[in-house]
Design a binder for this molecule. Structure first.
Ligand SMILES: [Zn+2]
Ligand SMILES: [Zn+2]
Length: 338
């Protein structure tokens, strides 16, 4: 089978390896679609584990199951989480699944033609795809689950004003989800095409991020936002973000700058205005279940976000498209095509 080995964003090699045989409690799945995530291109985050097979937004078909597996059989359509929390440690018990300290095994990456699914992920990390969710759509389950989690943590309520900073795939999913809660949405980006798209899919107001966003925000809506979601690692956006949160509101770091770029928090201002600063990282099992429901019911539509479908051989191009972020929103790799 073909598999792509990521060394860094400019060096991704396609290699031929034997297709693995599942052990008694493992299964082999055929990857139909795998999305390139915004976090896949973040080298400071990924390089410590390189070289590796990337890809964690997976839509796959079961092709072979170990003899002890009763729940799945060849032909089943599934999505598989990249890792599963233990549900037993104190972090899990408090709902902080992404911080679970007992994660031992990860799913091998999905930028490959097949994946050998380890026992723990067969048991707890595999989700059956409803018929109405295509393989391409299923690549949005994991990113949407992360968005569901962030909005839950931020306590976004019906009718609130939400400022979405950065209109890449995550920002647009935030926009779509907040829209289902009848929020007023303001979106920012430096890319004009993305802003137009944000407007088309429901942003009430869009602001070019190169302008003075706090000023434009208050000019447009007469106040600041209840919730600000940062979907960009740009320090300039963070500088603007503090000034865009209304009293009692919150700022969510959905994306963060690299570790070599410290952020100074204006704590005194935030303190007297009871402004919360939150981080949201990854997702947990309840978020995945919720994301599947949202896609199954068609509450969140994602087809309009897919700009590129590429064969595995073109994965370097796919990464380049995501890094440049000019003409792409969602890039999906289809390892059995081309
Ligand atoms: Zn992701
Ligand atoms: Zn745990």
């Amino acid at each position: 089978m073909k598999v792509s080995i990521w060394h860094n964003n400019k060096d991704i090699k396609i290699e031929e390896t034997p297709t693995p045989k599942p052990g008694p409690k493992e299964m082999l799945v055929k990857v139909h679609s795998c999305g390139i995530c915004g976090s896949d291109i973040v080298e400071w985050y990924r390089l410590p584990r390189a070289p590796l097979v990337q890809g964690h937004e997976i839509g796959a078909e079961v092709v072979e199951v170990g003899q002890s597996i009763k729940n799945y059989r060849p032909g089943d359509r599934v999505m598989i989480a990249p890792k599963v929390p233990c549900l037993k440690c104190s972090y899990c018990k408090n709902g902080h699944y992404p911080a679970c300290s007992n994660v031992k095994e990860r799913l091998p990456g999905g930028f490959a033609q097949y994946i050998l699914v380890p026992e723990v992920l067969v048991e707890k990390g595999t989700y059956r795809l409803p018929d109405s969710i295509s393989y391409d759509q299923s690549t949005f389950i994991e990113p949407l689950a992360c968005v569901v989690r962030a909005q839950h943590l931020a306590g976004i309520k019906q009718g609130q004003t939400v400022l979405v900073m950065g209109c890449g795939m995550s920002g647009l999913l935030h926009l779509k989800l907040a829209k289902t809660k009848k929020c007023t949405i303001i979106a920012t980006d430096i890319n004009k095409t993305r802003l137009e798209f944000a407007k088309k899919i429901g942003a009430d107001t869009v602001i070019d991020a190169s302008e003075n966003v706090p000023e434009r925000l208050t000019a447009e809506i007469g106040r600041k936002a209840d919730v600000v979601v940062l979907n960009t690692s740009a320090l300039s956006a963070i500088d603007q973000a503090w000034k865009c949160v209304d009293k009692g509101g919150c700022l969510v770091f959905f994306a963060v700058p690299g570790p070599d770029k410290p952020v100074t928090i204006p704590i005194n201002i935030l303190w007297t205005q009871e402004i919360k600063v939150l981080t949201s990282y990854y997702c947990g099992p309840p978020d995945i279940t919720e994301a599947i429901k949202l896609l199954e019911a068609g509450t969140i539509e994602v087809d309009d976000l897919v700009t590129h479908r590429l064969p595995l051989e073109d994965i370097e191009k796919g990464f380049r498209l995501v890094i440049e972020g000019q003409e792409s929103i969602k890039v999906i790799i289809r390892p059995h095509e081309g």
